[in-house]
Design a protein around this ligand. Sequence first.
Ligand code: ADP
Length: 481
Amino acid sequence: MELANKHLLKTQNYIGGQWHDSPAKLPVCDPANSNMLAELADAGPADAEAAVGEAHAAFPAWKKRTAGERAAVLKRWHQLILDNTDDLARLLTLEQGKPLAEARGEILHGASFIEWYAEECRRAYGQTIPTHNRDMRLQTIRQPVGVVGCITPWNFPNAMITRKVAPALAAGCTLVVKPAAETPLSALALCQLAQEAGLPAGTLNMVVGSDAAGIGRVLTQDTRVAKFTFTGSTAVGKILMAQCATGVKKVSMELGGNAPFIVCDDGDLDTAVQACMATKFRNAGQTCVSTNRIYVHESVHDEFVARLRTAMTALKVGHGCEDGVTLGPLIHRRATERVAQLVEDTVAAGATIEVGGDFLSTGVNYYAPTLITGVTDDMRIAREEIFGPVAPVQKFACEEDVIRRTNDTPYGLAAYVMSENIRRANRLVEALDYGMVACNAGVFSTAAAPFGGNKESGIGREGGVEGMTEFYETKYCCYGA
Ligand code: ADP
């Protein structure tokens, strides 16, 4: 693998500021062609326990640092990531599959959390509270919660880590991170740069392993871990939350979605198509905020479908490192076959394929950008997270109808509304039971704003002021006069 900075290719676990080997090996492969990229030390539960021990030992000193001292380390880390953007993007594309331009975007987005929380940590104010009794003084102070266990997915191998690690470190916590086994190279490269930035040994630890359940048990049940934060599927999130319950561990969960994309009759169709393409085909549809159900008002349905079809045929499918490619492979065969099965079921249930609908011979895990019309709410594709480049379209007749239908899901992460009528847009934004609603926009995530879900899509928020409070305890201090 050609990298300008060869130090970024790490194949060992990062525990207590040291790189640790392990006899068992974990292969990491390019999803576009199954070529092996590297063999990593395959960590197990014992390594996770050692990492928790290091994080626990490092916590008192890191907590005692001033906000300014913590900010200085985070700023150096941020700068090193920017300096190595090209290599980090290449590593990300090779192990994850997304086009290089998207990978670069993720590295910059991921780095922005580190910068934002380096700034925010100076503003961890407590309060002086007007007293109920003149002989008492009331205050609150904010203190870091302690050691944080963290499990992240493969769809954003960089940003899903920095979005948790940056606010936790800024708050004064220490961490053990388990990245997804599919995409550990991006994660370990971040540790290398954190080490170069001067992050003290044990403050950030990383274990990469094929035994996700075993490592997960340590991070959710070791009594030295105070808080557990997870991004991944709702099914796994429920298991991990249950494990955290035994020790009443604090939890944050970023789970699955079933995002509706609503095109009103007063929507600007060019904006709608552009936003739909961005939310549906970014990362080949493998994001938790990907459009999952497209609802188009019956009066503009045919025109919207025609324009979406034109935009989709302009997608360039191929290896993410090739020039001009806008759609890469899916993460692995299992994911690709699941998408194909979902499309087959949808057609069997009576829907119509307008474009695509099959595997592509471009490489091992490619699925064609697919447009389906005649979808109904009872179909599996409208109820489950697709996680692939498939756009299922339904019609709606009126506002009340679309609000009822889009809210009829256990999920509540992101929703999209396309309308030029400000009153209608406001009504819809307020009525949709989702943690995030984007109006006339397709890409909305930023370090400055709280990201997270309602209902079974999660607990807590990442990003913004809210993202940092997840890593604090608020202590109430009462002083007798
Ligand atoms: P996805 O379908 O996107 O892979 P998962 O929820 O399966 O979502 O995976 C997200 C993260 O959770 C990954 O790091 C994966 O290794 C981890 N994971 C999967 N199953 C478990 C489990 N039973 N316990 C702990 N972690 C798990």
